[in-house]
Design a protein around this ligand. Structure first.
Ligand code: GRF
Length: 221
């Protein structure tokens, strides 16, 4: 008799519109997907992502970071909420709070983030405008394990787009966002399946031949 492996209980942390969250919810609506989304948590009351998660029947929580007496006090509440829901993996999806080393260390190799650039280029904000200003011909998005340093950590998946001569910040952002929605569910599937190893900054699949390569989407030019 074969038994279906348990799906990893996953939380998505959001602050805003939640389009990456929606991509993860859609993927996890397949019972064969190795993660189930057990909680969507926002630090911003009224974030549009919360309504979308509720409409999808997902448990939600809000912990307003304001007035909590500092970053670690906020994170202790966050940690308590994650533990109360039995969360095993955490996805940051447009979560606009820097996390302290204390929190990051609670979740080593179980906390992942999506960043709208091909790391290690363009850490931080305004990535699309900066890629255009630098004349990049290739731009994209990265899913990575979170480490204490901002926008750094072992890379799980990347997707690239070609930069067009007439691209604006908005047009480039839209194409990169479409790529984000493809790579984030693939990256979470890999992490939730456990079929990977991490050595330094390198993440390798341990089930090669068993699955498509999740890590790269190449533009056609
Ligand atoms: C995305 O571009 C993501 O890469 C960045 O914040 C944005 C969130 O968008 N970290 P959404 O809320 O997922 O639509």
């Amino acid at each position: 008799m074969s038994s279906t492996p348990a799906r990893r209980r996953t939380a998505i942390l959001v602050s805003g519109r939640g389009s990456n969250m929606t991509a993860l919810l859609d993927a996890a609506s397949d019972p064969d997907y190795p993660a189930e989304i057990a909680l969507v948590l926002s630090n911003r009351p009224g974030a549009p992502a919360l309504d979308k998660a509720e409409a999808a029947g997902i448990a939600t929580a809000t912990i307003d970071h304001r007035g909590k007496g500092g970053r670690q006090a906020f994170e202790e509440l966050l940690q308590g909420e994650l533990e109360a829901h039995g969360i095993e993996l955490v996805c940051l999806a447009g979560f606009m709070r820097l996390l302290t080393p204390w929190f990051v260390e609670q979740w080593t190799d179980r906390l992942i983030n999506i960043h709208p650039a091909l790391l290690p280029s363009f850490k931080g904000l305004d990535t699309h405008a900066r890629a255009l200003a630098e004349g990049c011909k290739i731009h994209g998005a990265t899913v990575h394990f979170v480490r204490a340093e901002m926008d750094a950590g072992p890379i799980i998946a990347q997707g690239a787009v070609a930069v067009a001569d007439d691209d604006t910040e908005a047009s480039l952002a839209a194409r990169v966002l479409a790529v984000e929605h493809e790579i984030y569910p693939r990256a979470l599937a890999l992490v939730a399946s456990g079929a990977f190893s991490i050595e330094g900054m390198r993440v390798a699949r341990t089930d090669r031949g068993n699955a498509e390569i999740p890590a790269l989407i190449v533009p056609s030019v």
